[in-house]
Design a binder for this molecule. Structure first.
Ligand code: SAM
Ligand code: SAM
Ligand code: SF4
Length: 453
């Protein structure tokens, strides 16, 4: 059975390798909260360390865009009327309700994503930050990121967003070739994008990230390397490198089916990924996750909270979250998704304070699957201490030492399991997707040894 909650978490982070995996079993009921840890009905610890329950990061989804890019199937709508004010009010209300439900005492980071959150009025950002501070504490050093589409409008609003409380900008460059930007349906050119990066760097030095995609139609490794050289002259200290994934329902998907466009093959794609990793490394960037590179320690703390299995709250249409709803007596972590369609979402928030459409209680195995899959995306992998927070009884060695598949990955040098924990090697990171089925199967066998397969 595919673990749907895990699929959903991975969707916005897993872009290299393409395939999404998971092998969950049924959910289990949890019976009580004792000294900061949760227990399943049979008494085994569910290992929610108290510190994990006190804190959360917060994701805010702005669901509108001016037009549809040819490749994108994220939850976004082209607005018919201007209802920004009401969306902003509902976001504040939903923040308040979900913070109350989670009972967290500290929000560690906030990420305004979308859609195109740079279309929102900057006061939306300050109002939401105030709503957080009214209900709980927002850490002084909290990272507050905003995704910016590098159009002239986005650029002129940077200063106001920074005054509103944004201290990190994530800029969607996607490409530095005008022809490709047009083909992808972007509403900016490369010059506008570079000027936006320049201005953002003046406002938040060292805290500007860029998103760029490879494996674009008609792309060659040589042109990609030239583009990266240009990017490396202009960028700040954080780069997110995404492999363009053809998503069902997009224009790109149709163009590929009707052979109007073709994508580079797997071999070329692997070369592009490797040349980008090499070039970024030569320019002082450390790869800290499959798709993310930082120098001068400019890692994304918000995204790290997902990969480290910490709690996060998602507000806005289609946002998802992972937290224990302690405020309503909840004792187990839930995967929550908010209603997708903005008008319906508005109605539900107005009526009930929040618009959670789907709640899935995560059982012990499902939680560990998430910790495994997300954790192995990081170059530091899963330390023994990290694993123990979620699995106090079975260590990484207890689980993986008896698997012949895992022994083979270790022998080939794709994986390492030592005093530092379990992690992928440089080559292994590019092969993570192909190793996950065996790792997940072994995890399931050890957690539920008697379950029929
Ligand atoms: C959902 S967008 C929102 C940010 C902003 N609207 C923008 O377009 O720059 C976040 C990032 O997801 C990545 N993305 C979206 N669709 C993708 C796809 N089909 N394949 C790979 N990356 C994708 C893009 O790099 C984009 O910057
Ligand atoms: C692909 S990531 C890009 C992050 C960026 N590279 C950075 O380092 O800041 C951001 C996108 O993931 C999606 N996303 C992130 N967290 C989410 C959540 N909790 N719920 C729904 N979508 C989320 C949003 O569409 C957002 O535009
Ligand atoms: S890539 Fe960004 S701007 Fe383009 S449709 Fe998706 S969310 Fe909107």
């Amino acid at each position: 059975m595919i673990n749907r909650a895990l699929q959903q978490t991975m969707r916005h982070t897993l872009r290299v390798g393409g395939r999404m995996l998971g092998a969950g079993t049924g959910q289990r009921c949890l019976s009580g909260l004792r000294s900061g840890q949760l227990f399943t009905e049979d008494g085994s610890e569910f290992a929610q360390h108290e510190s994990l329950l006190k804190e959360a990061s917060l994701y805010v989804h702005w669901p509108f865009c001016l037009k549809r890019c040819s490749y994108c199937n994220f939850n976004k709508y082209i607005p018919k009327d201007d209802n920004n004010h009401i969306v902003s009010q509902c976001l504040q209300q939903e923040v308040d309700t979900l913070l109350q439900l989670s009972k967290v005492s500290c929000v560690t980071s906030v990420f305004f994503g979308g859609g195109t959150p740079s279309l929102a009025h900057p006061s939306t950002v300050s109002d939401i930050l105030e709503a957080i501070s009214r209900r709980t504490s927002l850490a002084d050093e909290a990272e507050v990121s905003l995704e910016v589409n590098p159009t002239p409008e986005g650029r002129t609003k940077l200063k106001d967003f920074s005054h509103a409380g944004v201290n990190r900008f994530s800029i969607g460059l996607q490409s530095l070739l005008d022809e490709d930007l047009t083909r992808l349906g972007r509403d900016h050119n490369a010059h506008q994008a570079l000027r936006t990066v320049e201005d953002a760097r003046k406002l938040c030095p060292g805290k500007v990230s860029v998103d760029i995609m490879f494996r674009r139609p008609g792309q060659s490794t040589a042109s990609w390397e030239a583009e990266l050289s240009e990017l490396l002259r202009a960028c700040d200290d954080h780069v997110s490198l995404y492999q363009l994934t053809p998503e069902r329902g997009t224009l790109l998907f149709k163009q590929l089916q009707s052979a109007q466009v073709t994508l580079p093959d797997d071999h070329e794609t692997a070369d592009m990924y490797e040349s980008a990793r090499r070039m970024l490394h030569q320019h002082g960037f450390l790869q800290y996750e499959v798709s993310n590179f930082a120098r001068n320690s400019a890692v994304s703390h918000h995204n790290l909270s997902y990969w480290k299995g910490r709690q996060y709250i998602g507000v806005g249409p289609g946002a998802h979250g992972r937290f224990v709803p302690l405020g309503e007596g909840g004792t187990h972590r839930e995967a929550r998704t908010q209603t997708l369609e903005p008008d319906v979402w508005i109605r539900e928030v107005q009526q009930g304070g929040h618009a959670t459409r789907r709640r899935i209680q995560l059982g012990h195995l499902e939680l560990l699957e998430e910790v495994l899959v997300m954790g192995l995306r990081m170059t530091e992998g899963i330390t023994h201490e990290h694993w123990q927070l979620f699995s106090p009884q079975l260590t990484l060695c207890d689980i993986f030492n008896s698997s012949t598949d895992v022994q083979e990955f270790l022998r080939c040098g794709h994986l390492t399991l030592d005093d530092g924990g379990l992690r992928c090697s440089w080559n292994g990171l590019a092969l993570l997707d192909s190793m996950l089925p065996a790792l997940l199967l072994q995890l399931e066998r050890q957690i539920h040894p008697k379950a029929p397969r």
